[in-house]
Design a protein around this ligand. Structure first.
Ligand code: HEM
Length: 535
């Protein structure tokens, strides 16, 4: 047989294809004994997709609860070929997130080199993340947040005007829409130094651009996620189909072709916000005015961050780097702080409508504190333990981010080698499922703020609550979010009463799809003005 006949022979083709398939199969399943070799249980993975086949058919919160129920507190899962240890054991959570954090500094993320976005704290890794986080953290101390509280109060006053109009028109509201408009207003004023003139209007240029960025198309169809405006999935927890494909099934794809994907981010809506911030920073460099917003406060804290060079203390960042870090965190503020906060406010009002006794108790505490403080303000909401208990219970019941993730950054051994983790493997704490474990929260489907009174709280490990994550890489905006939510709830509850109407569901349902941020559906609530309110 001559060479060309040999090369075109059907037998050779069949043998080649079978061999190639065998090699691919071996490659994609090579890690599948990673957990079983250590005696760690878990669902059986499939080639290519690991355990992720079919997640788009499931409602993620229920999916996570079922997995934990079926496989226990520590089990192995495969994101494609990447081993991912799911943990709801409090000792192991403590070890990973606090004690041995230096082995778990990063989250899984793609590398972005594009200006501004490369400074998004959620995506950064290693030492660079530590430096940026350390310089931005002082902007979120209680004192600094108190400075921003007057801006939040202005936004709450506008929210109350819009709710008052709603009581006059229909006596019911789409709570998610109303609170989304409010949180967008807060972000515009605090993070962009911008006042939205017509909140809720499609014609407002800020809202129009923001909507594209914060409302990615979530759908059950993987193809529907391809347009890639779904930053949320990218920057937090890679779950869009494209991301699933790239980071999970072919983990090296993004680092190799990351540049192509960067361009997908660089859409005109994102540029609108960069340009806006550039203008604000330019104007402010020549202004002596005080603004009391995040831009001003972050500028102070980042500029004050120093390093040692040749025994001398010098500024850590150049002016250009400071501007880039501010712009990065301000745009991230919108991505990380918009939906999480709007969703929690919506869920709080839903629970208050469904639990009138809790709503009345909260109302009474607000009225009592009003007598002491005269107005809803930073000091008043800091002095309202019951308000804090209600919000904590809402966050337990519905943590807006379903899962908290870390990537192992250097090999790790837990309990003398009982569990071995290799660099690159993932760790997931399924916050929603953790918060529904009977062992930690008896009768978990009961909404009960009393779980958070000092006596009950002291009986529980702090590692059973992961709504804001945990440890040095927890939510940097937690104090800001709590301040915003407390001022909003205390003010709104003092003026309005929420109640269920025909459209109000018995239990909140959440959007299906890949997104890991809970999206409440049909949160229609009745609302009425409180007769007793004299303000
Ligand atoms: C109810 C509101 C919020 C919730 C439930 C929430 C929750 C979370 C969670 C679970 C994480 C991951 C933490 C971890 O990995 O341990 C996180 C990270 C983060 N959040 Fe929030 N968040 C909220 C509001 C905000 C706000 C208002 C901002 C901005 C001011 C913000 C900025 C961030 C940033 C920048 C990170 C990444 C931190 C880092 O990588 O160092 N969040 N958040």
């Amino acid at each position: 047989m001559d060479l060309s006949a040999f090369l075109s022979s059907p037998v050779l083709w069949v043998v080649t294809i079978i061999s190639a398939l065998y090699i691919i199969y071996k490659h994609v399943t090579a890690s599948f004994n990673y957990f079983s070799n250590q005696g760690i249980p878990g669902p059986q993975p499939n080639p290519i997709f690991g355990n992720m086949w079919g997640i788009w058919k499931a409602n993620l919160p229920d999916y996570d609860v079922d997995l934990v129920r079926n496989y226990g507190k520590i089990f192995g899962y495969f994101d494609g070929s990447i081993p991912n240890l799911w943990v709801t054991d409090v000792d192991l959570i403590k070890a990973i997130f606090i004690k041995d954090f230096d082995h778990f500094v990063d989250r899984r993320s793609m590398e972005i080199k594009l200006k501004v976005m490369r400074k998004w704290m959620t995506l950064m890794k290693g030492q660079e993340w530590k430096d940026v986080r350390s310089s931005v953290t002082p902007a979120f101390t209680t004192g600094k947040i108190k400075r921003m509280s007057s801006l939040i109060k202005d936004c709450v006053a506008d929210l109350c005007d819009r709710l008052t109009s709603a009581t006059q028109i229909e006596e019911k509201i789409d709570a998610k829409l109303k609170f989304s408009a409010f949180t967008m207003d807060v972000i515009a004023r605090c993070a962009f130094g911008f006042k939205i003139d017509t909140i809720g209007s499609e014609n407002d240029v800020f809202i129009r651009n923001a909507r594209v960025i914060v409302n990615p198309p979530t759908t059950r169809s993987p193809v529907g996620l391809l347009p890639c405006k779904s930053y949320k999935q990218f920057y937090f927890f890679p779950f869009s189909f494209l991301n699933l494909f790239c980071t999970v099934i072919f983990p090296n794809f993004l680092s190799t072709f990351g540049g192509v994907f960067e361009r997908l981010f660089s859409i005109k809506e994102m540029k609108f916000f960069f340009n806006l911030l550039e203008d604000v920073l330019r104007d402010r460099s020549q202004s002596k005015e005080n603004y009391h917003d995040f831009i001003e406060i972050a500028n102070e804290s980042i500029s004050e961050f120093t390093k040692e060079v040749d025994g001398k203390t010098v500024p850590m960042w150049t002016r250009e780097e400071i501007d880039e870090i501010i712009m990065g965190q301000s745009t991230l503020f919108m991505l990380a702080g918009f939906d999480t906060t709007a969703t929690t406010l919506t869920n709080t009002c839903f629970q208050l409508a469904r639990n009138p006794d809790i709503q009345e108790k909260l109302y009474d505490t607000v009225i009592t504190k009003m007598e002491e403080y005269g107005e809803v303000c930073h000091d008043m909401v800091q002095d309202m333990p019951y308000l804090e208990m209600v919000i904590q219970e809402v966050l337990r019941f519905y943590p807006p981010l379903l899962r908290v993730e870390r990537q192992c950054t250097k090999d790790y051994s837990y309990e003398n080698g009982r569990i071995q983790m290799k660099k690159g493997q993932l760790v997931t704490v399924p916050a929603y499922a953790l918060h529904r474990m009977e062992e930690y929260y008896p009768d978990p489907e009961k909404f009960d703020p009393e779980r958070w009174n000092p006596e009950n709280k002291a009986k529980r490990s702090p590692y059973t609550f992961m709504a804001f994550g945990m440890g040095p890489r927890n939510c940097v905006g937690m104090r800001f979010a709590m301040e915003e939510m407390k001022i909003a709830i205390a003010t709104v509850i003092q003026k309005f009463r929420f109640f269920p109407v025909e459209e109000t569901p018995e239990k909140l349902r959440f959007d299906d799809g890949f997104t890991q941020i809970l999206q409440p559906l049909h949160a229609t609530l009745g609302i009425e003005f409180r007769q007793t309110f004299s303000g």
